[in-house]
Design a protein around this ligand. Structure first.
Ligand SMILES: Cc1cc2nc3c(=O)[nH]c(=O)nc-3n(C[C@H](O)[C@H](O)[C@H](O)COP(=O)(O)OP(=O)(O)OC[C@H]3O[C@@H](n4cnc5c(N)ncnc54)[C@H](O)[C@@H]3O)c2cc1C
Length: 464
Protein backbone atom coordinates (compact mmCIF):
# COMPACT_ATOMS: atom_id res chain seq x y z
CA UNK A 1 0.00 0.00 0.00
CA UNK A 2 1.35 3.44 -0.81
CA UNK A 3 1.76 6.03 1.91
CA UNK A 4 1.85 4.14 5.21
CA UNK A 5 4.37 6.40 6.99
CA UNK A 6 3.33 9.98 6.32
CA UNK A 7 3.60 13.29 8.10
CA UNK A 8 1.14 15.26 5.99
CA UNK A 9 -2.52 14.37 5.72
CA UNK A 10 -3.49 12.80 2.41
CA UNK A 11 -6.39 13.93 0.26
CA UNK A 12 -7.41 11.43 -2.43
CA UNK A 13 -9.54 12.62 -5.36
CA UNK A 14 -11.40 10.19 -7.65
CA UNK A 15 -12.09 11.80 -11.05
CA UNK A 16 -9.80 14.30 -12.75
CA UNK A 17 -12.14 16.74 -14.44
CA UNK A 18 -14.19 19.77 -13.40
CA UNK A 19 -15.27 18.91 -9.86
CA UNK A 20 -12.29 16.76 -8.91
CA UNK A 21 -9.50 19.02 -10.13
CA UNK A 22 -11.24 22.21 -8.93
CA UNK A 23 -11.33 20.59 -5.48
CA UNK A 24 -7.71 19.49 -5.69
CA UNK A 25 -6.53 22.91 -6.92
CA UNK A 26 -8.46 24.83 -4.27
CA UNK A 27 -7.21 22.56 -1.48
CA UNK A 28 -3.66 23.09 -2.74
CA UNK A 29 -4.16 26.89 -2.71
CA UNK A 30 -5.06 26.64 0.99
CA UNK A 31 -2.51 24.07 2.11
CA UNK A 32 1.02 23.41 0.89
CA UNK A 33 2.46 19.93 0.28
CA UNK A 34 4.03 19.81 3.77
CA UNK A 35 0.58 19.87 5.30
CA UNK A 36 -1.53 18.15 2.65
CA UNK A 37 -0.53 15.54 0.14
CA UNK A 38 -2.97 15.39 -2.81
CA UNK A 39 -3.34 12.29 -4.97
CA UNK A 40 -5.86 12.38 -7.84
CA UNK A 41 -6.94 9.45 -10.03
CA UNK A 42 -8.26 9.84 -13.58
CA UNK A 43 -9.06 6.80 -15.68
CA UNK A 44 -9.13 8.65 -19.02
CA UNK A 45 -6.52 10.29 -21.25
CA UNK A 46 -7.43 13.89 -20.30
CA UNK A 47 -7.78 16.03 -17.20
CA UNK A 48 -9.50 19.40 -16.62
CA UNK A 49 -11.13 19.42 -20.05
CA UNK A 50 -14.28 21.16 -21.22
CA UNK A 51 -16.83 18.64 -22.46
CA UNK A 52 -19.05 21.74 -22.92
CA UNK A 53 -16.82 22.75 -25.82
CA UNK A 54 -17.12 19.44 -27.72
CA UNK A 55 -20.06 20.56 -29.94
CA UNK A 56 -18.09 23.66 -31.01
CA UNK A 57 -14.93 21.62 -31.68
CA UNK A 58 -16.91 19.09 -33.75
CA UNK A 59 -18.69 21.98 -35.51
CA UNK A 60 -15.39 23.63 -36.39
CA UNK A 61 -15.69 26.89 -34.39
CA UNK A 62 -12.94 25.62 -32.08
CA UNK A 63 -10.13 24.38 -34.26
CA UNK A 64 -8.02 22.41 -31.85
CA UNK A 65 -8.83 19.86 -29.14
CA UNK A 66 -6.09 21.25 -26.89
CA UNK A 67 -8.00 24.53 -26.63
CA UNK A 68 -10.58 22.61 -24.58
CA UNK A 69 -8.00 21.54 -21.99
CA UNK A 70 -7.91 24.10 -19.19
CA UNK A 71 -4.96 22.54 -17.38
CA UNK A 72 -2.78 19.59 -18.38
CA UNK A 73 -1.64 16.76 -16.12
CA UNK A 74 1.88 18.26 -16.11
CA UNK A 75 0.51 21.64 -14.98
CA UNK A 76 -1.31 19.98 -12.07
CA UNK A 77 1.79 18.02 -11.12
CA UNK A 78 3.86 21.23 -11.18
CA UNK A 79 1.50 22.46 -8.45
CA UNK A 80 2.23 19.44 -6.25
CA UNK A 81 -0.84 17.45 -7.15
CA UNK A 82 0.10 13.80 -7.71
CA UNK A 83 -2.23 13.20 -10.64
CA UNK A 84 -2.28 9.58 -11.81
CA UNK A 85 -3.71 9.39 -15.31
CA UNK A 86 -5.14 6.24 -16.88
CA UNK A 87 -5.72 4.92 -13.36
CA UNK A 88 -9.19 3.82 -12.36
CA UNK A 89 -10.35 3.54 -8.78
CA UNK A 90 -12.18 0.23 -8.56
CA UNK A 91 -13.08 0.11 -4.86
CA UNK A 92 -13.49 2.42 -1.89
CA UNK A 93 -12.82 0.80 1.47
CA UNK A 94 -14.56 3.30 3.75
CA UNK A 95 -13.82 1.40 6.99
CA UNK A 96 -10.12 1.06 6.09
CA UNK A 97 -9.80 4.61 4.68
CA UNK A 98 -8.26 3.49 1.40
CA UNK A 99 -9.02 3.11 -2.32
CA UNK A 100 -7.97 0.40 -4.74
CA UNK A 101 -6.64 1.62 -8.10
CA UNK A 102 -6.15 -0.19 -11.38
CA UNK A 103 -3.56 1.03 -13.88
CA UNK A 104 -5.48 0.82 -17.16
CA UNK A 105 -2.35 0.31 -19.29
CA UNK A 106 -0.21 -2.03 -17.17
CA UNK A 107 -3.04 -3.75 -15.31
CA UNK A 108 -1.25 -3.17 -11.97
CA UNK A 109 -3.41 -2.93 -8.83
CA UNK A 110 -2.54 -0.92 -5.72
CA UNK A 111 -4.17 0.45 -2.57
CA UNK A 112 -3.77 4.08 -1.50
CA UNK A 113 -4.85 5.22 1.95
CA UNK A 114 -6.59 8.56 2.55
CA UNK A 115 -7.39 10.86 5.42
CA UNK A 116 -9.84 12.78 3.23
CA UNK A 117 -11.60 11.59 0.11
CA UNK A 118 -13.30 13.45 -2.76
CA UNK A 119 -15.63 11.56 -5.12
CA UNK A 120 -15.99 13.38 -8.45
CA UNK A 121 -16.75 10.53 -10.84
CA UNK A 122 -19.19 12.51 -12.99
CA UNK A 123 -22.01 10.98 -15.00
CA UNK A 124 -22.26 8.21 -17.59
CA UNK A 125 -24.09 8.76 -20.86
CA UNK A 126 -27.14 6.58 -21.37
CA UNK A 127 -26.54 4.12 -24.24
CA UNK A 128 -29.68 2.51 -25.61
CA UNK A 129 -29.81 -1.24 -25.12
CA UNK A 130 -30.74 -1.79 -28.77
CA UNK A 131 -29.45 -3.84 -31.68
CA UNK A 132 -26.77 -1.88 -33.55
CA UNK A 133 -26.14 0.64 -30.76
CA UNK A 134 -22.42 -0.20 -30.73
CA UNK A 135 -22.03 -0.32 -34.52
CA UNK A 136 -19.29 1.78 -36.15
CA UNK A 137 -20.69 5.20 -36.98
CA UNK A 138 -22.73 5.49 -33.74
CA UNK A 139 -21.19 8.02 -31.39
CA UNK A 140 -21.61 9.52 -27.94
CA UNK A 141 -20.07 12.91 -27.12
CA UNK A 142 -19.23 12.70 -23.42
CA UNK A 143 -15.44 12.86 -23.54
CA UNK A 144 -12.70 14.33 -25.71
CA UNK A 145 -11.98 10.78 -26.92
CA UNK A 146 -15.63 10.55 -28.04
CA UNK A 147 -15.31 13.90 -29.83
CA UNK A 148 -12.14 12.74 -31.62
CA UNK A 149 -13.79 9.44 -32.64
CA UNK A 150 -16.75 11.36 -34.08
CA UNK A 151 -14.45 13.72 -36.00
CA UNK A 152 -12.54 10.71 -37.36
CA UNK A 153 -15.81 9.17 -38.55
CA UNK A 154 -16.91 12.45 -40.17
CA UNK A 155 -13.57 12.66 -41.98
CA UNK A 156 -13.96 9.12 -43.32
CA UNK A 157 -17.68 9.18 -44.13
CA UNK A 158 -18.61 9.87 -47.73
CA UNK A 159 -22.38 10.31 -47.15
CA UNK A 160 -23.76 13.51 -45.65
CA UNK A 161 -26.76 12.27 -43.67
CA UNK A 162 -26.62 12.54 -39.89
CA UNK A 163 -29.22 11.50 -37.32
CA UNK A 164 -29.07 12.88 -33.80
CA UNK A 165 -30.99 10.82 -31.24
CA UNK A 166 -32.28 13.04 -28.43
CA UNK A 167 -33.28 16.70 -28.45
CA UNK A 168 -31.98 17.93 -25.12
CA UNK A 169 -29.32 20.61 -25.13
CA UNK A 170 -26.56 18.21 -26.21
CA UNK A 171 -28.76 16.94 -29.06
CA UNK A 172 -29.57 20.43 -30.35
CA UNK A 173 -25.96 21.60 -30.00
CA UNK A 174 -24.78 18.54 -31.94
CA UNK A 175 -27.44 19.20 -34.61
CA UNK A 176 -25.87 22.65 -35.05
CA UNK A 177 -22.34 21.15 -35.19
CA UNK A 178 -23.39 18.75 -37.96
CA UNK A 179 -25.24 21.46 -39.91
CA UNK A 180 -22.05 23.53 -39.73
CA UNK A 181 -20.17 20.53 -41.16
CA UNK A 182 -22.56 20.47 -44.12
CA UNK A 183 -24.66 17.47 -43.08
CA UNK A 184 -28.36 16.91 -43.67
CA UNK A 185 -29.52 16.55 -40.09
CA UNK A 186 -32.52 14.68 -38.66
CA UNK A 187 -33.23 14.87 -34.93
CA UNK A 188 -35.24 11.94 -33.55
CA UNK A 189 -36.81 12.77 -30.22
CA UNK A 190 -38.89 10.77 -27.77
CA UNK A 191 -40.67 13.85 -26.36
CA UNK A 192 -43.49 15.85 -27.90
CA UNK A 193 -41.14 18.80 -28.49
CA UNK A 194 -37.37 19.36 -28.34
CA UNK A 195 -35.79 20.73 -25.15
CA UNK A 196 -37.86 19.01 -22.50
CA UNK A 197 -36.29 21.35 -19.93
CA UNK A 198 -38.76 23.91 -21.34
CA UNK A 199 -42.56 23.76 -21.28
CA UNK A 200 -43.87 22.25 -24.55
CA UNK A 201 -45.21 25.61 -25.83
CA UNK A 202 -41.67 27.04 -25.63
CA UNK A 203 -40.20 23.79 -26.99
CA UNK A 204 -42.51 24.27 -29.97
CA UNK A 205 -40.70 27.54 -30.80
CA UNK A 206 -37.39 25.68 -30.78
CA UNK A 207 -38.91 22.99 -33.01
CA UNK A 208 -40.12 25.56 -35.56
CA UNK A 209 -36.82 27.42 -35.53
CA UNK A 210 -34.84 24.20 -36.03
CA UNK A 211 -37.01 23.28 -39.00
CA UNK A 212 -36.38 26.79 -40.31
CA UNK A 213 -32.67 25.98 -40.15
CA UNK A 214 -33.26 22.97 -42.40
CA UNK A 215 -33.15 20.35 -39.62
CA UNK A 216 -35.76 17.57 -39.91
CA UNK A 217 -37.46 17.19 -36.54
CA UNK A 218 -39.13 13.89 -35.61
CA UNK A 219 -40.96 14.07 -32.27
CA UNK A 220 -42.85 11.40 -30.27
CA UNK A 221 -40.51 8.82 -31.78
CA UNK A 222 -39.01 5.92 -29.87
CA UNK A 223 -35.84 4.53 -31.42
CA UNK A 224 -36.20 0.74 -31.63
CA UNK A 225 -33.08 -0.26 -33.56
CA UNK A 226 -29.99 0.99 -35.33
CA UNK A 227 -29.74 -0.73 -38.69
CA UNK A 228 -26.39 -1.72 -40.13
CA UNK A 229 -25.19 -2.34 -43.68
CA UNK A 230 -23.19 -5.27 -45.02
CA UNK A 231 -19.99 -3.59 -43.86
CA UNK A 232 -21.35 -3.58 -40.29
CA UNK A 233 -21.59 0.22 -40.16
CA UNK A 234 -24.74 2.04 -39.15
CA UNK A 235 -26.99 2.85 -42.12
CA UNK A 236 -30.26 4.00 -40.53
CA UNK A 237 -32.09 4.73 -37.29
CA UNK A 238 -35.31 2.78 -36.91
CA UNK A 239 -38.31 3.93 -34.87
CA UNK A 240 -41.64 2.20 -34.25
CA UNK A 241 -42.94 3.40 -37.62
CA UNK A 242 -40.11 4.68 -39.83
CA UNK A 243 -36.47 4.42 -40.80
CA UNK A 244 -34.15 7.43 -41.09
CA UNK A 245 -31.08 6.86 -43.28
CA UNK A 246 -27.85 7.78 -41.51
CA UNK A 247 -24.18 7.84 -42.43
CA UNK A 248 -23.43 8.87 -38.86
CA UNK A 249 -25.51 8.77 -35.66
CA UNK A 250 -24.92 10.90 -32.57
CA UNK A 251 -26.52 9.91 -29.28
CA UNK A 252 -27.57 12.59 -26.82
CA UNK A 253 -30.17 10.88 -24.68
CA UNK A 254 -29.03 11.99 -21.27
CA UNK A 255 -26.73 10.90 -18.48
CA UNK A 256 -26.95 9.16 -15.12
CA UNK A 257 -24.76 9.83 -12.09
CA UNK A 258 -21.73 7.53 -12.12
CA UNK A 259 -22.14 6.22 -8.59
CA UNK A 260 -21.57 2.46 -8.87
CA UNK A 261 -18.32 2.79 -6.89
CA UNK A 262 -19.96 4.89 -4.19
CA UNK A 263 -22.96 2.58 -3.97
CA UNK A 264 -20.73 -0.48 -3.59
CA UNK A 265 -18.98 1.34 -0.73
CA UNK A 266 -22.32 1.82 1.03
CA UNK A 267 -22.49 5.59 0.57
CA UNK A 268 -25.96 7.20 0.50
CA UNK A 269 -27.70 7.72 -2.85
CA UNK A 270 -30.89 9.67 -3.53
CA UNK A 271 -33.94 8.99 -5.66
CA UNK A 272 -32.05 9.99 -8.82
CA UNK A 273 -29.09 7.69 -7.95
CA UNK A 274 -26.83 10.66 -7.18
CA UNK A 275 -24.75 10.87 -4.00
CA UNK A 276 -26.40 12.79 -1.16
CA UNK A 277 -24.35 15.52 0.48
CA UNK A 278 -24.82 18.22 3.09
CA UNK A 279 -24.40 21.92 2.30
CA UNK A 280 -20.62 21.66 2.69
CA UNK A 281 -20.71 18.94 -0.04
CA UNK A 282 -19.79 16.32 2.58
CA UNK A 283 -21.32 12.92 1.85
CA UNK A 284 -24.08 12.53 4.42
CA UNK A 285 -22.91 10.66 7.49
CA UNK A 286 -19.22 10.73 6.48
CA UNK A 287 -17.05 13.39 8.09
CA UNK A 288 -14.03 12.95 5.79
CA UNK A 289 -15.68 12.21 2.41
CA UNK A 290 -16.94 14.88 0.00
CA UNK A 291 -18.64 14.54 -3.39
CA UNK A 292 -19.50 17.00 -6.15
CA UNK A 293 -20.30 17.52 -9.81
CA UNK A 294 -22.41 15.24 -11.97
CA UNK A 295 -22.30 12.37 -9.45
CA UNK A 296 -24.35 14.20 -6.78
CA UNK A 297 -27.90 15.40 -6.34
CA UNK A 298 -28.43 19.10 -5.68
CA UNK A 299 -31.05 21.02 -3.76
CA UNK A 300 -33.44 22.93 -6.00
CA UNK A 301 -33.98 26.17 -4.08
CA UNK A 302 -37.28 26.91 -5.83
CA UNK A 303 -39.04 23.55 -5.34
CA UNK A 304 -37.15 22.53 -2.19
CA UNK A 305 -36.49 19.09 -3.74
CA UNK A 306 -33.31 17.18 -4.57
CA UNK A 307 -32.57 16.92 -8.30
CA UNK A 308 -29.85 15.56 -10.55
CA UNK A 309 -28.61 18.27 -12.92
CA UNK A 310 -25.44 17.51 -14.84
CA UNK A 311 -23.83 20.88 -15.55
CA UNK A 312 -20.26 22.05 -15.56
CA UNK A 313 -21.19 25.32 -13.89
CA UNK A 314 -22.27 23.39 -10.77
CA UNK A 315 -19.32 20.97 -10.92
CA UNK A 316 -16.80 23.82 -10.79
CA UNK A 317 -18.57 25.49 -7.86
CA UNK A 318 -18.85 22.19 -5.99
CA UNK A 319 -15.13 21.63 -6.49
CA UNK A 320 -14.35 25.07 -5.09
CA UNK A 321 -16.46 24.43 -2.00
CA UNK A 322 -15.04 20.93 -1.46
CA UNK A 323 -11.46 22.11 -1.89
CA UNK A 324 -12.01 24.91 0.62
CA UNK A 325 -13.42 22.51 3.21
CA UNK A 326 -10.89 19.75 2.56
CA UNK A 327 -8.17 22.42 2.77
CA UNK A 328 -9.29 23.37 6.28
CA UNK A 329 -11.53 26.35 5.43
CA UNK A 330 -15.30 26.68 5.38
CA UNK A 331 -17.64 27.03 2.42
CA UNK A 332 -21.12 25.85 1.46
CA UNK A 333 -23.06 25.31 -1.75
CA UNK A 334 -26.61 26.45 -1.02
CA UNK A 335 -28.31 24.86 -4.04
CA UNK A 336 -29.42 25.81 -7.53
CA UNK A 337 -32.32 27.55 -9.20
CA UNK A 338 -32.01 25.46 -12.38
CA UNK A 339 -30.48 27.91 -14.83
CA UNK A 340 -29.29 26.68 -18.23
CA UNK A 341 -28.58 28.26 -21.59
CA UNK A 342 -27.81 26.76 -24.96
CA UNK A 343 -28.16 27.51 -28.66
CA UNK A 344 -28.77 25.97 -32.02
CA UNK A 345 -27.24 28.13 -34.77
CA UNK A 346 -28.52 31.65 -34.07
CA UNK A 347 -31.41 30.52 -31.84
CA UNK A 348 -30.76 31.01 -28.12
CA UNK A 349 -32.63 28.92 -25.56
CA UNK A 350 -32.63 29.60 -21.81
CA UNK A 351 -34.48 28.56 -18.71
CA UNK A 352 -34.38 29.01 -14.96
CA UNK A 353 -36.61 27.90 -12.09
CA UNK A 354 -39.68 25.74 -12.48
CA UNK A 355 -41.62 24.66 -15.55
CA UNK A 356 -45.40 24.42 -15.22
CA UNK A 357 -45.24 20.69 -14.49
CA UNK A 358 -42.52 21.17 -11.83
CA UNK A 359 -44.63 23.77 -10.04
CA UNK A 360 -47.71 21.53 -10.15
CA UNK A 361 -45.74 18.53 -8.92
CA UNK A 362 -44.78 20.35 -5.71
CA UNK A 363 -48.28 21.75 -5.19
CA UNK A 364 -47.68 25.37 -6.16
CA UNK A 365 -50.46 27.40 -7.78
CA UNK A 366 -49.23 29.95 -10.27
CA UNK A 367 -49.95 32.44 -13.02
CA UNK A 368 -48.29 32.01 -16.41
CA UNK A 369 -47.65 34.79 -18.91
CA UNK A 370 -45.89 34.80 -22.27
CA UNK A 371 -44.77 37.95 -24.05
CA UNK A 372 -43.19 38.81 -27.38
CA UNK A 373 -40.58 41.54 -27.46
CA UNK A 374 -37.34 42.38 -29.23
CA UNK A 375 -33.64 42.14 -28.43
CA UNK A 376 -33.00 45.85 -29.17
CA UNK A 377 -35.15 48.96 -29.53
CA UNK A 378 -37.56 48.18 -32.38
CA UNK A 379 -36.11 50.95 -34.56
CA UNK A 380 -32.48 49.95 -34.00
CA UNK A 381 -30.89 47.80 -36.75
CA UNK A 382 -30.66 44.12 -35.90
CA UNK A 383 -33.58 44.00 -33.44
CA UNK A 384 -34.81 40.40 -33.39
CA UNK A 385 -37.89 38.84 -31.83
CA UNK A 386 -37.78 37.16 -28.42
CA UNK A 387 -40.37 35.19 -26.47
CA UNK A 388 -40.32 35.23 -22.66
CA UNK A 389 -42.49 32.97 -20.54
CA UNK A 390 -42.77 33.66 -16.81
CA UNK A 391 -44.36 31.79 -13.91
CA UNK A 392 -45.28 33.58 -10.67
CA UNK A 393 -46.83 32.09 -7.56
CA UNK A 394 -50.49 32.84 -7.16
CA UNK A 395 -51.31 35.31 -4.35
CA UNK A 396 -47.67 35.95 -3.21
CA UNK A 397 -46.39 36.89 -6.69
CA UNK A 398 -43.06 35.15 -6.01
CA UNK A 399 -41.14 34.50 -9.24
CA UNK A 400 -41.08 30.75 -9.96
CA UNK A 401 -39.51 30.39 -13.38
CA UNK A 402 -38.56 31.96 -16.71
CA UNK A 403 -37.97 30.52 -20.17
CA UNK A 404 -36.62 32.53 -23.09
CA UNK A 405 -36.33 31.67 -26.77
CA UNK A 406 -34.97 34.20 -29.24
CA UNK A 407 -31.94 35.29 -31.14
CA UNK A 408 -28.91 37.40 -30.24
CA UNK A 409 -29.04 38.57 -26.62
CA UNK A 410 -31.94 36.31 -25.61
CA UNK A 411 -30.06 33.55 -23.80
CA UNK A 412 -28.07 35.38 -21.15
CA UNK A 413 -31.09 37.55 -20.26
CA UNK A 414 -32.17 34.56 -18.18
CA UNK A 415 -29.48 35.56 -15.67
CA UNK A 416 -31.66 38.50 -14.60
CA UNK A 417 -34.33 35.99 -13.65
CA UNK A 418 -31.79 33.67 -11.99
CA UNK A 419 -30.71 36.51 -9.70
CA UNK A 420 -34.32 37.46 -8.97
CA UNK A 421 -35.16 33.83 -8.14
CA UNK A 422 -32.14 33.51 -5.88
CA UNK A 423 -33.16 36.69 -4.08
CA UNK A 424 -36.73 35.38 -3.72
CA UNK A 425 -38.16 38.42 -5.52
CA UNK A 426 -41.77 38.90 -6.45
CA UNK A 427 -42.58 39.73 -10.05
CA UNK A 428 -43.88 43.08 -8.85
CA UNK A 429 -40.48 43.90 -7.29
CA UNK A 430 -38.78 42.82 -10.52
CA UNK A 431 -40.66 45.42 -12.57
CA UNK A 432 -38.59 48.21 -10.99
CA UNK A 433 -35.18 46.54 -11.38
CA UNK A 434 -32.64 49.12 -12.53
CA UNK A 435 -31.40 47.31 -15.65
CA UNK A 436 -29.18 48.98 -18.22
CA UNK A 437 -30.85 50.44 -21.28
CA UNK A 438 -29.70 51.87 -24.59
CA UNK A 439 -31.33 51.16 -27.99
CA UNK A 440 -28.57 48.77 -29.24
CA UNK A 441 -29.03 46.56 -26.16
CA UNK A 442 -32.76 46.41 -25.38
CA UNK A 443 -36.07 48.18 -25.72
CA UNK A 444 -36.62 50.76 -22.97
CA UNK A 445 -38.56 48.07 -21.11
CA UNK A 446 -36.34 44.99 -21.23
CA UNK A 447 -38.26 41.87 -22.37
CA UNK A 448 -37.79 40.25 -18.94
CA UNK A 449 -39.35 43.32 -17.29
CA UNK A 450 -42.22 43.33 -19.79
CA UNK A 451 -42.93 39.74 -18.73
CA UNK A 452 -42.64 40.69 -15.04
CA UNK A 453 -45.16 43.52 -15.51
CA UNK A 454 -47.63 41.21 -17.18
CA UNK A 455 -47.11 38.54 -14.50
CA UNK A 456 -47.57 41.10 -11.69
CA UNK A 457 -50.83 42.23 -13.30
CA UNK A 458 -52.04 38.62 -13.55
CA UNK A 459 -51.19 37.97 -9.91
CA UNK A 460 -52.99 41.16 -8.81
CA UNK A 461 -56.10 40.41 -10.87
CA UNK A 462 -56.36 36.87 -9.54
CA UNK A 463 -55.66 37.59 -5.89
CA UNK A 464 -58.71 36.88 -3.80
C1 LIG B 1 -21.30 17.62 -25.14
C2 LIG B 1 -21.46 18.24 -23.79
C3 LIG B 1 -21.75 19.60 -23.69
C4 LIG B 1 -21.90 20.20 -22.45
N1 LIG B 1 -22.20 21.54 -22.37
C5 LIG B 1 -22.35 22.12 -21.16
C6 LIG B 1 -22.63 23.51 -21.07
O1 LIG B 1 -22.74 24.21 -22.09
N2 LIG B 1 -22.77 24.07 -19.84
C7 LIG B 1 -22.63 23.32 -18.68
O2 LIG B 1 -22.75 23.88 -17.57
N3 LIG B 1 -22.35 21.99 -18.74
C8 LIG B 1 -22.21 21.39 -19.95
N4 LIG B 1 -21.91 20.04 -20.02
C9 LIG B 1 -21.84 19.26 -18.77
C10 LIG B 1 -20.44 19.32 -18.13
O3 LIG B 1 -19.47 18.93 -19.06
C11 LIG B 1 -20.42 18.39 -16.94
O4 LIG B 1 -21.45 18.77 -16.06
C12 LIG B 1 -19.09 18.46 -16.19
O5 LIG B 1 -18.05 17.99 -16.98
C13 LIG B 1 -19.18 17.64 -14.91
O6 LIG B 1 -17.95 17.63 -14.29
P1 LIG B 1 -17.57 16.44 -13.29
O7 LIG B 1 -16.18 16.70 -12.84
O8 LIG B 1 -18.63 16.27 -12.28
O9 LIG B 1 -17.67 15.11 -14.18
P2 LIG B 1 -16.88 14.69 -15.50
O10 LIG B 1 -16.53 15.86 -16.32
O11 LIG B 1 -17.68 13.60 -16.11
O12 LIG B 1 -15.54 14.10 -14.93
C14 LIG B 1 -15.51 12.92 -14.17
C15 LIG B 1 -14.16 12.30 -14.43
O13 LIG B 1 -13.99 11.22 -13.53
C16 LIG B 1 -13.34 10.16 -14.20
N5 LIG B 1 -13.70 8.94 -13.46
C17 LIG B 1 -14.93 8.43 -13.26
N6 LIG B 1 -14.86 7.34 -12.50
C18 LIG B 1 -13.57 7.16 -12.20
C19 LIG B 1 -12.87 6.20 -11.45
N7 LIG B 1 -13.52 5.20 -10.83
N8 LIG B 1 -11.54 6.28 -11.35
C20 LIG B 1 -10.87 7.29 -11.97
N9 LIG B 1 -11.48 8.24 -12.70
C21 LIG B 1 -12.81 8.18 -12.81
C22 LIG B 1 -13.90 10.22 -15.61
O14 LIG B 1 -13.03 9.61 -16.54
C23 LIG B 1 -14.03 11.72 -15.83
O15 LIG B 1 -12.89 12.28 -16.46
C24 LIG B 1 -21.75 19.42 -21.26
C25 LIG B 1 -21.44 18.06 -21.36
C26 LIG B 1 -21.29 17.47 -22.60
C27 LIG B 1 -20.97 16.00 -22.69
Amino acid sequence: MSGTSRGAERLVVIGGDAAGMSAASQARRLKGPDELEIVAFERGHFTSYSACGIPYWVGGEVSDRDQLIARTAEEHRARDIDLRMRTEVTEIDVAGGRVRAHDVDSGAESWTSYDKLVIATGARPIRPDLPGADAPGVHGVQTLDDGQALLDTLARTRGRRAVVVGAGYIGVEMAEALINRGYEVTVVNRGSEPMSTLDPDMGRLVHEAMEGLGITMVNDAEVTKLLTGQDGRVRAVGTQDAEYPADVVVLGIGVRPDTALAEAAGLPLGAHRGLLTDLAMRVRGHENIWAGGDCVEVLDLVSGQERHIALGTHANKHGQVIGTNAGGGYATFPGVVGTAVSKVCDLEIARTGLREKDARRVGLQFETVTIESTSRAGYYPGASPMTVKMLAERRTGRLLGVQIVGREGAGKRVDIAAVALTAGMTVDRMTSLDLGYAPPFSPVWDPVLVAARKAAKAVQENTL
